[in-house]
Design a protein around this ligand. Sequence first.
Ligand code: G6P
Length: 462
Amino acid sequence: MSRLVVVSNRMPLGSNPSGGLVVALQDAMEKGGGLWIGVQPDADVLEGAEPAGENAVSVPGANFDRVAAVVPASAYDDYYLGYANSVLWPLCHGRMELIEQRPHYRAAYEAINSRLAKVVARFLRPDDILWVHDYHHLPLAAALRAEGVQNAIGFFLHIPFPTAANIHAVTGVEDVMSWISQYDLVGLQTQRDVSSAMDVFRQFPDSQFLMDGSLRFRNRTFEIKSFPIGIDAAAFRDIAARSRARLAPRARRWIIGAERLDYSKGLPHRLRAFGKLLETEIDLQGAVSFLQIASPTREDVQAYREIREELEQLSGAVNGRFSDINYTPIQYLNRGVPRDRLAGLFRQADVGLVTPLADGMNLVAKEYVAAQDAEDPGVLVLSGFAGAHEQLGQHALIANPYDIEQMARTIAAALLMPLEERIERHQAMLRIVMEQDVAWWSESFLNALEAKRLGSEFLSIL
Ligand code: G6P
């Protein structure tokens, strides 16, 4: 069996991981083992780390080992806050007005990936399978090839693929295409993302679509396919059933939302819809509360500071208008909550709101489903802009975050849904979430990558 080497910007550090990537990969790595390589600005030090040659530290673990490529803090900021989160993130989420391009962001992004490639190359054995994750590392395969690495390299993009129209906002877009083509297999979350990627490549005369479904860009042949990411649904269901976390008072109906405080999540729209609900359904005043957990993220980026202020104002306005001595309509937590508590809160909430404006997959939708009591399940309200919509859209209630009144009506319908219908919808979604779980996701990707590797070995023998 080949060893799996995973590379991503972020690695698991504490018990409170934030963001879908670390949660999903940690579940996969705990089971399969291997090596996880991440990036750390030199100011942060990994607990228990030992020096591991130039620009790297390592932490051996029970199930998998971790290595951090250590990089200077100022270059890290230009790469992470700059190019990754002020160019690529808004681009992929269609928020073009938030893109801030600076030449030194791009330079740092390429330099850090080259430096990371040197660390990865040093730890790599010839028959390792290498799996690189997310938009922080688009140029990594190209940099590894420059280091002479010939291993099969897979890439998975956790966020949406940019559309053919939007991609031109990035200066040097052909370089980006060429970076992507250095991978052997590119995994995207949804069919919609694969269509976007195909549309993007179709615009360039250097692209060729081959009969076997693969793509040729310049002199590289590779494949782009969708692999919707999942969760460890069985484990999450157990955690939820065992959790002692309680929503109080229990007599009240509860709506829950939980995510990183990111502008892609549509939180202002959601708070407005909840305000609209209380305004139009007078009976619900005093009878339903909304718990919104929004964990802080990327706070050094201006757009994230602004969304935080906007949310504070909005929740204050709704609470000011509808609160009573014993009633607070919105409980807004601007911090993360440990996963076992979160699972218990999901289980008790009557409605789970997952209404992003754009989202690669959104694992909260799947966690909410997994956490429910199958005999008295809550209702998932999902937007069509979450990747999870491709798998769950037929069975969830669909809200349009761009239509506040429609969203308010959908929440009202969720609160009124009879038990029988709740069970029916939940069963259908639970089946999908359990079958297409995180193990299914990583196995399907790695099997496809392995098939590519064997295919190219076979060709090289011929
Ligand atoms: C999303 C991205 C991940 C990222 C996570 C948390 O899920 O796809 O790559 O790790 O957000 O964001 P952060 O910037 O804190 O790593």
